[in-house]
Design a protein around this ligand. Structure first.
Ligand code: GTP
Length: 598
């Protein structure tokens, strides 16, 4: 029976512990990739991902594997993203599996983010197979890491495979364990179709390609299907799987993983976590766990050149096709003109989208500082939620303000406990708990305002712990905070795109540092430009950018021609990311300056 020969699994690993390398090895050893088409790290498709060394889009690969028992198995390896911003996508891809390899670097040990994903896997009742990777490293301590997996994760690590993805050690052993220990999928082949969407991808020829795992029943070409959460129907035009090349199949039945194409024009109709059913013979209940992911971080995205507005809208539309967790809506700024308010899962997600707009769509953009959603309780008894600081009502209309808080777990070596606590304290954190995981590692738990995390918390954490800290957070709800809106005035005009919300106690400090920063970032103009920070009508800080003196220009335009060209090019370069605000030229960096003022 086919179902008994299927094994669906994924790989859980902390960034850099070797997930992609191992996946490649597995593809190699099952003969999935021919030598000539081999491309380093096949699963990480996008160029951007490779550069950043992270996995964003989920992919699944179907691999035929002849096991030592002489039987031919179908292994479906489902890739998961590795970053804290993409926890929901990870949870859906894990739900599509019966097992997971837990890859731990033999020199680094277990990291906080790995733990979060292991817990997700446990919640989904997956069989977790520990793999200790990089045993070829001189600093490898496989026995210590095994012990750590038992102590920290609570898994039996006595059978953990000692592997080196780089040198190809332990790969067969891993595949044998997958066949032996990961249970085959158990769905009902005769029940109405239920398939779990764990990813989708927009293709300009075929429309949306939906990656899914069949849980019950069968899906085939010509079938009318319905997405249960979005309640939309389509006719299946193609069914297939990646090997890793796409191959067309007659059908996908119970337990199988693959893709369908159904003339779907919009990825919003194919939400990750939604259930596909047979429109004519629908399932009674959708698969559990569907949740519409809500963006947590927002920022304004504006074209540098306002004639790019329509292109930018199209770019966002296309990106949204591939990314259901991205949201956007039109907004207008007095300073920046027509643009969009975009919502993201987190800062990394935001950076990725910004880069893709510029690289894939070639649209220079200006982004404003990220904000979270604040709840404003007004004196008239109404509550509004704002994701743009400029929408904050006047002080006298506000009763109190609440902001989102997260529970953050930070795992660090002993030596950095003091540093991390100081950082969290600085970020308005409330200490919750601290646990020693072994004699040299500590898990520190703090409640922190999401807004502080959104600013450069992660970077500061990394730099203050020499990169040793690992970090994970979850939203825990809203708490009252004494927050005020800080406005920035250039040349006497309030620039809405520079406004931000800040805790009362830090307002003066941040205001002062920010105007100093802006003074450095905004180039000198032909006239003097005062920069002011204000809370309500009260100016809390002021700096002045002095005017360009004529002889400075004269100097530039004299001299040799190559120098002049270089200067012009530099100016052109600079122009791309400048925006005229009133009559002041403001560079992109100025809009993000608020992120780096602690
Ligand atoms: P993300 O895609 O960012 O999640 O990282 P990853 O977990 O996929 O890690 P990746 O496979 O990219 O490996 C990270 C680094 O570790 C690369 O430089 C690999 O060459 C290296 N690496 C992976 N496996 C091994 C191994 O077994 N031994 C050694 N020495 N290095 C390894």
């Amino acid at each position: 029976k086919k179902q008994a020969m299927i094994r669906n699994f994924s790989i859980i690993a902390h960034i850099d512990h070797g997930k992609s390398t191992l996946a490649d090895r597995i593809l190699d050893s099952t003969g999935a990739i021919q030598e000539r088409e081999k491309q380093e790290q096949f699963l990480d498709k996008m160029e951007l991902e490779r550069e950043r060394g992270i996995t964003i889009k989920l992919q699944s690969v179907r691999l035929p594997y002849r096991a030592k028992d002489g039987q031919e198995y179908i292994l479906n390896l489902i890739d998961t993203p590795g970053h804290v911003d993409f926890a929901y996508e990870v949870s859906r891809s894990l739900q599509a599996c019966e097992g997971a390899l837990l890859v731990v670097d033999a020199a680094q040990g277990v990291e906080a983010q790995t733990l979060a994903n292991v817990y997700l896997a446990m919640e989904n009742d997956l069989e977790i197979l520990p793999v200790i990777n990089k045993i070829d490293l001189p600093s490898a301590e496989p026995e210590r890491v095994k012990q750590e997996i038992e102590d920290v994760v609570g898994l039996d690590a006595s059978d953990a495979v000692l592997a080196s993805a780089k040198s190809g050690i332990g790969i067969d052993e891993i595949l044998e364990q997958v066949v032996e220990m990961v249970p085959p999928p158990d769905g009902d082949p005769d029940a109405p179709l239920r398939a779990l969407i764990f990813d989708s991808l927009y293709d300009s020829y075929k429309g949306v390609i939906v990656y899914m795992r069949v849980v019950d029943g069968t899906v085939k070409k010509g079938m009318k299907i319905r997405m249960m959460a979005t309640d939309t129907t389509f006719e299946v035009t193609e069914v297939g799987a990646y090997t890793p090349h796409p191959v067309i199949l007659d059908e996908l039945s119970v337990g199988e993983v693959g893709f369908i194409v159904a003339s779907i024009k919009n990825v919003r109709d194919t939400r990750v976590g939604d259930t596909i059913t047979d429109a004519l013979n629908p399932a009674k209940e959708p698969l559990p766990g569907y949740r519409k992911v809500n963006p947590m971080v927002f920022c304004g995205v504006y074209p540098v050149d306002s004639s790019d507005y329509e292109d930018l809208r199209e770019a966002l539309e296309k990106l949204e096709l591939n990314d259901a967790s991205l949201s956007y809506e039109a907004e207008t700024s007095t300073a920046l003109g027509f643009g969009f308010r975009c919502g993201f899962l987190g800062l990394l997600h935001m950076e990725i989208i910004q880069e893709r707009i510029e690289r894939e769509f070639n649209i220079p953009i200006i982004t404003t500082a990220p904000s979270v959603i604040y709840k404003i309780f007004q004196t008239d008894g109404t509550v509004i939620e704002i994701e743009n600081p400029t929408l904050m009502p006047e002080t006298q209309k506000i009763d109190h303000v609440e902001e989102p808080y997260v529970k953050a777990s930070i795992m660090v070596p002993n030596d950095f406990v003091g540093t991390v606590m100081e950082l969290c304290q600085n970020k308005r954190g409330n200490y919750v708990d601290m646990k020693y995981l072994d004699e040299n590692r500590v898990n520190i738990v703090y409640e922190l305002p999401l807004a502080e995390i959104v600013y450069d918390f992660f970077d500061q954490l990394k730099s203050s712990t020499k990169g040793y800290a690992s970090f994970d957070y979850e939203l825990i709800g809203y708490q009252t905070s004494h927050l005020v809106k800080m406005d920035i005035l250039l040349n006497g005009e309030s620039v809405d795109a520079l406004s931000f919300i800040v805790h009362r106690d830090r307002a003066y400090h941040r205001g002062r540092i920010l105007v100093e920063k802006l003074k450095k970032l905004i180039p000198r103009q032909m006239f003097e430009v005062p920069i002011q920070a204000a809370i309500g009508h009260k100016i809390v800080a002021r700096e002045t950018i002095s005017a360009i003196r004529k002889n400075v220009l004269a100097k530039c335009y004299g001299g040799d021609i190559s120098r002049k060209r270089k200067l012009l090019e530099k100016q052109k370069e600079g122009k791309k990311r400048m925006k005229s605000v009133g009559n002041v030229e403001v560079p992109q960096e100025a809009f993000m300056a608020v992120l780096q003022i602690d």
